[in-house]
Design a protein around this ligand. Structure first.
Ligand SMILES: Nc1nc2c(ncn2[C@@H]2O[C@H](COP(=O)(O)O[C@H]3[C@@H](O)[C@H](n4cnc5c(=O)[nH]c(N)nc54)O[C@@H]3COP(=O)(O)O)[C@@H](O)[C@H]2O)c(=O)[nH]1
Length: 640
C-alpha cells in the first residue's frame, strides 16, 4: 500500500523512468538487430513485451492515484459527517426542550436528548426503541384527541400541539410539542421539541377555577351554573331525561347582614353553602348565584320527586341555628323549582321561572318551596307588563295624585293631606300603588317616579296656598330606595324651593320595616331632612317590630299606627291594647301619633279616648282629586 501511495505521488517520475527504460530498450534492440545477433521477430516480440510492461506500470500507477484520491475524499467526507453529528448533538443537547426524534414510518423513537431523559424519568436506552404512543397518557377523556395528536405528529404535521406524556413513575405530565419533519437516507423522521407546561396548566386551572367559582363559598358561580345547566338541558334533550332547577333564596339574610355586618353575613353564607353541599349528591350540582341566592341542578328521571325531597331536606337543614362568633343566628329559605321540559326549554327560561316560583314561595310566607306553574307565569307576565307600563306612564305623564286629609283630633281641622299615587294601566286598568310601588322600587324607577310625586305634590300645595288654602302641610310617601339615593336630598331641596315652599311645609312618610332594615344607611339622610325642617313620620307603625332603643335613635316626629290595628279596635282587645301601647310609647318619646284607616265614628272615639293626636281614613274622606280635596279642606277648616 505504501508503495502504491509513493508510486501514486511520483507518477511523473515513473513515466520518465518508463520512457528512459523504453528508449534504452529500443536502442539496445536496434544494436542487436544491426549486429544480427537477434532476428526481427524475436526483437519485435521483445519490444512488444517491453511496451506492455511499461504500459502496465503506467496504468497501474494511474489506478493507484485514482484510489488515493477517492480515499482522501472519503476521509474528508467522514470528517465532515462527524463534525456535523457533533454539531447536531450539541444543538439538541443545549436545547431547553426535551427532543425526541421519531421514525415517521414506524413511530419508533430513534433519538433523544438529556432533557428528554429528565422529562420522562427514563434513560436514553429505555427511550430509544419505544413507540411514541407508548409515552402518551391513556385512559383519559382526552385519549381520543391525544391519539389524534400523536398521529398528526407522526404524519409530520408541523405546528404546536398539546398532549400529556406518561413518565416512568406513572405520573402524567402536560407538554406542548413543536414538531417538524425531515428526511435522511431516504427515511422520514419527526423532530419533536417537548416542553413541560405543568406550571402554565396550573396557572390556567387556577384562573379557570377562579372564573367559575365563588371566592367566598368555593361553590360554582353563576357563569359555571349557567353553563352546566345548558349542558344538562342539552343532555336531557338527547337522552329524553328531565332537569330540575332549584332557586334558593335565604330569608332574613339581609337583616342579619345589615345589622351584624358583612363579616358575620359572610360566615353565615359559608355555613349555608356547607349545608347545601351536604344535601347534593352524584351528578347534582349546587352553586351560588350571588348574594344570598343559590341554585341546584338535578338531572335524571322523575326529577320533580327528587326535587321535592331535596327541597324539604334543604329547608330543614337551613332552618337549624347557626353559630357565628358569639351569635346564634336563624335563617330560613324560600325555594322555587322549574322543570325541563315542562317549564322551559333553555337555561335562561328555567332559571327565570325557578326565580319566579321562588318569589311566589317567599310571598306565601317564606321557608317553603313552590313549583313553577302557569298561574305564576301569568303573574310574571303581568309584572313585566306593569314594569314596561311604568316606564311608559312616566314618559307620557299617565300618573295622577290624589289627596287624603289628616284631621287633628284636638281641633277637628285638616292639618295636612297625604299625596297618594294613582295609575290607570291602558290594559290592566287601575293598578294600586301596593302593586306597582314594589316593582318601581326593584327597577329603580321609584327614583324618577318619586321625584315626580314630590314635584306635583309641592306644585299642588303652592296652588292651594295661592288660592287661599293655608295652614296645611303635604305628607308624601318616600321609599327607602329614594333615601339611599345620594341625589335625593339635593333634588328635594330644589323642588321645595322652586315652588316657594320650605322644609316645614313637607312631611315625609317612610314605612317602618324599610327604615328598620336600612337603619345604618339612612340615619344620616334622616338627620339632614330633619335639620331642613321636614317632619318625618314612620308609616305602618306596629308592623316592623321596632324596639324602643332603636326608635330613640331616629330623628322622627310622628308615628302612624298601621290600619290593621285600627280596623277592629272597638271589638278586638288585642288591637286596642296595641294602639294604646303605641300611643303611650310614642308620647313618652315626644312623638305625635296619627291613626290611619279610620272608617267609623266608634274607631275615632276609641282613638281619641286613648290620646291619639290625629286620624286619617274613609270616615273623613277617601283619597280625592285635588279640586275635591280643596273643597273639603275649605269646608272643614272653615267650620273649625
Ligand atoms: N313610595 C310611595 N308609596 C306610595 C305612594 N302613593 C301611595 N303609596 C303607598 O302605596 C300603598 C297603598 O296606597 P293606597 O292604595 O293609595 O292606599 C292608601 C289609602 O287609600 C288607604 N286608606 C286610607 N284610608 C283608608 C281606610 O279608611 N280604609 C282602607 N281600607 N284604606 C284606607 O291607605 C293607604 C295609605 O296608606 P299609608 O301610606 O300607609 O298612609 C300605601 O302604603 C302607600 O303609602 C307614593 O307616591 N310613593
Amino acid at each position: 500500500m505504501t508503495l502504491i501511495i509513493i508510486l501514486g505521488k511520483y507518477l511523473w517520475l515513473a513515466g520518465i523512468l518508463a520512457s528512459i527504460v523504453m528508449s534504452e530498450v529500443v536502442t539496445a534492440a536496434m544494436g542487436l538487430l544491426l549486429k544480427g545477433e537477434v532476428t526481427f521477430d524475436y526483437l519485435a516480440t521483445g519490444m512488444v513485451a517491453a511496451f506492455l510492461v511499461s504500459g502496465i506500470v503506467v496504468a497501474g500507477t494511474m489506478k493507484m492515484e485514482e484510489l488515493e484520491r477517492r480515499r482522501q475524499e472519503e476521509v474528508a467526507k467522514n470528517r465532515a459527517l462527524r463534525a456535523s453529528e457533533r454539531r447536531y448533538r450539541t444543538l439538541i443537547e443545549v436545547a431547553n426542550d426535551a427532543i425526541l426524534v421519531t421514525d415517521a414510518e414506524t413511530g419508533t423513537l430513534v433519538d433523544c436528548n438529556r432533557q428528554a431523559e429528565v422529562l420522562l424519568g427514563m434513560s436514553r436506552n429505555e427511550i430509544i426503541g419505544q413507540h411514541l404512543s407508548n409515552l402518551h397518557e391513556t385512559g383519559k377523556d382526552l385519549e381520543e384527541a391525544e391519539t389524534d395528536c400523536i398521529s398528526r405528529l407522526l404524519r409530520g404535521k408541523t405546528g404546536t400541539i398539546e398532549l400529556s406524556l406518561i413518565r416512568a413513575d406513572g405520573t402524567s405530565i402536560p407538554v406542548e410539542v413543536s414538531s417538524s419533519a425531515f428526511e435522511m437516507d431516504g427515511r422520514r423522521y419527526v423532530h419533536g421539541a417537548f416542553r413541560d407546561i405543568t406550571q402554565r396548566r396550573e396557572a390556567e386551572d387556577r384562573i379557570k377555577h377562579l372564573a367559575h367559582h365563588d371566592p367566598l363559598t368555593n361553590l360554582p358561580n353563576r357563569v359555571f351554573l349557567h353553563g352546566r345547566l345548558e349542558q344538562a338541558v342539552e343532555f336531557a334533550r338527547r337522552e329524553q331525561k328531565q332537569v330540575a332547577v332549584m332557586f334558593i333564596d335565604l330569608d332574613n339574610f339581609k337583616r342579619i347582614n345589615d345589622t351584624l355586618g358583612h363579616r358575620i353575613g359572610d360566615a353565615l353564607l359559608e355555613q349555608v353553602a356547607g349545608r347545601l353541599t351536604e344535601n347534593v349528591h352524584g351528578s347534582q350540582v349546587v352553586g351560588r348565584l350571588g348574594g344570598d341566592e343559590f341554585l341546584v341542578v338535578i338531572t335524571g328521571n322523575h326529577v320533580s320527586t327528587t326535587a321535592t325531597a331535596m327541597a324539604k331536606r334543604i329547608l330543614e337543614s337551613i332552618c337549624r341555628p347557626y353559630t357565628v362568633e358569639d351569635y346564634q343566628l336563624h335563617s330560613g329559605a324560600s325555594i322555587g323549582i322549574a322543570v325541563y321540559p315542562a317549564d322551559g326549554n333553555s337555561a335562561e327560561t328555567l332559571m327565570k321561572h325557578a326565580d319566579a316560583a321562588m318569589y311566589h314561595a317567599k310571598s306565601k310566607g317564606r321557608n317553603t318551596f313552590e313549583f313553577f306553574s302557569q298561574a305564576i307565569n301569568r303573574g310574571v307576565r303581568e309584572r313585566l307588563e306593569i314594569e314596561n307600563g311604568l316606564r311608559d306612564a312616566l314618559k307620557h305623564g299617565a300618573f295622577r295624585l290624589h289627596y287624603q286629609p289628616q284631621v287633628d283630633l284636638a281641633t277637628g281641622s285638616i292639618r295636612s293631606v297625604e299625596a297618594l299615587l294613582r295609575w290607570r294601566h291602558p290594559v290592566l286598568g287601575v293598578i294600586t300603588p301596593d302593586r306597582f310601588i314594589p316593582i318601581a322600587e326593584e327597577t329603580k324607577l321609584i327614583l324618577p317616579l318619586g321625584l315626580w310625586v314630590l314635584d306635583r305634590a309641592c306644585h299642588q300645595l303652592r296652588t292651594w296656598r295661592n288660592d287661599g288654602i293655608a295652614g296645611i302641610r303635604m305628607a308624601i310617601n318616600v321609599s327607602v330606595k329614594q333615601l339611599q339615593d345620594e341625589a335625593f336630598f339635593e333634588a328635594l331641596g330644589s323642588i321645595v324651593e322652586r315652588h316657594g315652599l320650605s322644609g316645614s311645609d313637607i312631611e315625609l312618610e317612610i314605612t317602618e320595616s324599610a327604615i328598620m332594615e336600612n337603619l345604618s344607611r339612612v340615619q344620616a339622610i334622616l338627620k339632614s331632612l330633619r335639620d331642613y325642617g321636614i317632619t318625618l313620620s314612620i308609616d305602618d307603625f306596629g308592623t316592623g317590630y321596632s324596639s324602643l332603643g332603636r326608635l330613640k335613635l331616629l330623628p322622627i316626629q310622628s308615628l302612624k299606627i298601621d290600619r290593621s290595628f285600627v280596623r277592629d279596635i272597638e271589638t278586638d282587645q288585642g288591637n286596642a291594647k296595641i294602639c294604646d301601647g303605641i300611643i303611650a310609647l310614642g308620647h313618652s318619646l315626644g312623638l305625635k301619633i296619627i291613626a290611619e284607616g279610620v272608617e267609623t265614628a266608634a274607631q275615632k272615639v276609641r282613638l281619641q279616648d286613648a290620646g291619639c293626636d290625629a286620624i286619617q281614613g274613609f270616615l273623613i274622606a277617601k283619597p280625592l282629586p285635588a279640586d275635591e280635596a280643596a273643597k273639603l279642606i275649605s269646608r272643614v277648616n272653615a267650620i273649625t
